[in-house]
Design a protein around this ligand. Structure first.
Ligand code: URA
Length: 251
């Protein structure tokens, strides 16, 4: 018997009929609506067990953890996710930090070494520069929400692979939905490409304000602080980006 909360969660993600595995004549996938299968990362759904495992069903509570309609659900699901190989290679998951009702959401690429150790995004040298960029428009870290495209550190700081980005997209989308920010600051190429489904150079993407696909949230792209540390001459462009961001936030 499902609790009222579990029933609510299932309804929220489009599951109208739930059959306990032990009594189900079909696999769990057969009773998930297409919507659910589309929005969940591969591996997040507990798939129908092959016959020999059918005698050892996972508890229903383990399967309802895929519900992403509250912060607790999102954070727990990120910590439990094993949808891609990044999960097994990182020290810990880095879900995000800051004000969950912030007007500004900052989305970077993925945790680096320092973030992997600390469990918080943008705490290394790039993070210190990001803090200064925020201070320049009168904001502190605690007034914004900061997260990344992927929540686990890619080995040797390589770019996350497409399947890894896709697997984490469910969580990012759920975070964006919860925060409903006034504007998103997309930091660097990987973030911009993945948020905007684009392949254009950052130098071009920073020239206009974009819109997050399937939403009306404006997206401002800027250079990644790590790039700015390597190329200080680009800081003046980043400063223009921050001023534009400030204007959007002041509307
Ligand atoms: N770079 C990122 O894109 N994200 C972090 O959290 C740290 C460095």
């Amino acid at each position: 018997m499902l609790s009222a909360r579990q029933q609510h969660c299932l309804k929220g993600i489009g599951i109208r009929r739930w059959v306990e595995r032990s009594s189900a004549p079909v696999g769990a996938e057969d009773i998930l609506s297409p919507t659910v299968q589309e929005i969940l990362p591969p591996g997040a759904i507990t798939r129908a067990a092959p016959a020999k495992e059918a005698t050892k069903p996972k508890p229903v509570s383990a399967r309802t953890e895929i519900c992403l309609d509250s912060w607790d659900d999102i954070t727990r699901s990120i910590h439990q996710c094993e949808a891609c190989d990044l999960a097994s290679n990182c020290t810990q998951k880095v879900p995000g930090v800051g004000d969950r009702q912030a007007d500004l959401m900052i989305i970077g690429e993925g945790p680096g070494h320092d973030e992997d150790i600390k469990g918080e995004p943008f705490v290394g040298r790039s993070g210190q520069l990001l803090d200064k960029m925020l201070q320049a428009i009168g904001l502190s870290r605690s007034q914004v929400f900061i997260t990344n495209i992927v929540k686990c550190r890619p080995p040797n700081n390589r770019d996350p692979h497409r399947d890894e980005v896709q697997a984490c997209n469910t969580f990012l989308r759920a975070q964006i939905k919860q925060i409903a920010p006034k504007v998103i600051l997309s930091v660097g190429r990987v973030s911009a490409h993945s948020l905007l489904n684009s392949t254009g150079p950052v130098g071009k993407l920073i020239r206009e304000i974009h819109q997050l696909p399937e939403s009306d949230i404006p997206v401002k792209v800027t250079y990644h602080p790590a790039y700015l540390l390597r190329n200080p001459s680009a800081k003046s462009i980043a400063w223009q980006d921050m001023k534009t961001l400030h204007q959007i936030l002041s509307r």
